[in-house]
Design a protein around this ligand. Sequence first.
Ligand SMILES: [Ca+2]
Ligand SMILES: [Ca+2]
Ligand SMILES: [Ca+2]
Ligand SMILES: [Ca+2]
Length: 553
Amino acid sequence: MTRGRLAALAGLAVVAVLAAALGGSTLLGGLGMTSGGGGPAIPHFADETAAAGVDHVYAGDATYSTGGGVAVLDCNADGRPDISMAGGSNPATLYRNQSPTGGALRFAAVADPATDLSGVTGAYPIDIDGDGVTDLVVLRAGETVLLRGLGDCRFERANEAWGVDGGSALTESFSATWEGVNALPTLAFGRYVGIDPRGGVTQDCDRNVLLRPGAAGRYAAPIDLAPAYCPLSALFSDWDGSGRRDLRLANDRHYYIGGGEQLWRVAAGEAPRPYTATDGWQSLQLNGMGIAAYDLTGDGLPEYFITSQADDKLQTLASGPAQPMYKDIALARGVTAARPSTGGDVLPSTSWHPEFNDVNNDGLVDLLITKGNVTAEPDFATKDPSDLFLQNPDGTFTEAVEQAGLVDFDRGRGAALADFNLDGQLDLVEVFYGGPVNVWRNVGAGDAATPKPLGHWLALRVTEAAPNTDAIGAVVEVQAGSTTQRRELTVGGGHAGGQLGWVHVGLGSAAAAQVRVHWPDGSASAWLPVTADTFDLVTKGASAASPWLPPAP
Ligand SMILES: [Ca+2]
Ligand SMILES: [Ca+2]
Ligand SMILES: [Ca+2]
Ligand SMILES: [Ca+2]
């Protein structure tokens, strides 16, 4: 197919998406879901940190000024998303979610030496051994620890059982993918800088390593991903729709010389190699902090949001999937996030965790970006609140963090948008460096006493048989009216943390939808009908989605 033909098709797709979205917006207006003035409906968030029983600080010296990740996972299989928070020089804390359905947020700390680890910078949930119980990869200043999930929010160390050397570097980034028919996932660890004998950090980028499965349920010797340029985020993702998941690394130019952002080709049975200019990959130097992927243009291929300082990027393929050549559309879409949106500080921003999710359930995915000074860098804003960008029907975004009630001038780091009280509205947990963690309940157009939904929604749990029980690499499509939303299921990205569990989809005014899953092996399910405002289990091989009822309040 020629580039002209592809461009024409892409243009048609955008027109279709815009027309459909505009139609949806009109319907939303009929249901009283739009805000005055025609902008996106603004969700309101109630700070419930203290009442929820959450009392945690990510702290420590400059070694911990990066990191501060949060993992969201269901560690006791009750359907409620639980939280693992990095603590830096404080112990990490695992919180079991006890929020009543539709009610105020409530969590209880789970004390356990296995999870209360020190030196933790972040964590990613993943079912490594394919037993259906979520495991946890815990990144640290020092040894990376792999925790095998035992159920009931208990974990045990599994580095030795799985043959993983956790190293001794400062690790902030992790991603994983299942290659071919391997029983174990391929693991990528992006190491930041080394740790010197006195416990401080060196100025040298440490080794990045790829672990592929070896014999007998254990990993083979690490493969060096050289050259290494101090990544702060890593993400396996199918950027070209080929079914192969390549590895993106967001690298921090603060430490490297002559390096840049990286995309590694990781093909089964081949040695990994970085894409180069010959492949179409263009040199780009950023203070890379975080990665988020989502198909914003509706062509079936993900866009990538890369956080940095003063200069966040939203990348889309420049000339189709034949080569990994990207152009930046952050300015056109209104998401450069270059300076604080409120608070009066005019210096440039420092951005960390990006996440695409629909916080107002209008069927248009939104973008959260956490922000905060590294420590006290004088050239960057000190009052640097996070951004909540709400997507408009024309594909641009409108910043709304202040109106949403999410302004906090502590130094933001990791975060997760998840529906903690199972009411269909995405709540938020955000970690701050040197300040208390916050949890906010999304109360829609209402308040904490009387939440008011802004639109319809779905929550999908997509699974398949072992080994890849969470169907990582699958692409989930949700069709409602004439719009189709797509999300690739991934492990990695963000800043130092990720989530595994319900996939949230806003439906706007649509009362029903159809779901189709493109499974990691390349096969696709039929279109499965689902009803709006429900939790549904979508299992490979099943002929229908299976509704799941949240526990009674
Ligand atoms: Ca739970
Ligand atoms: Ca497991
Ligand atoms: Ca939205
Ligand atoms: Ca909620």
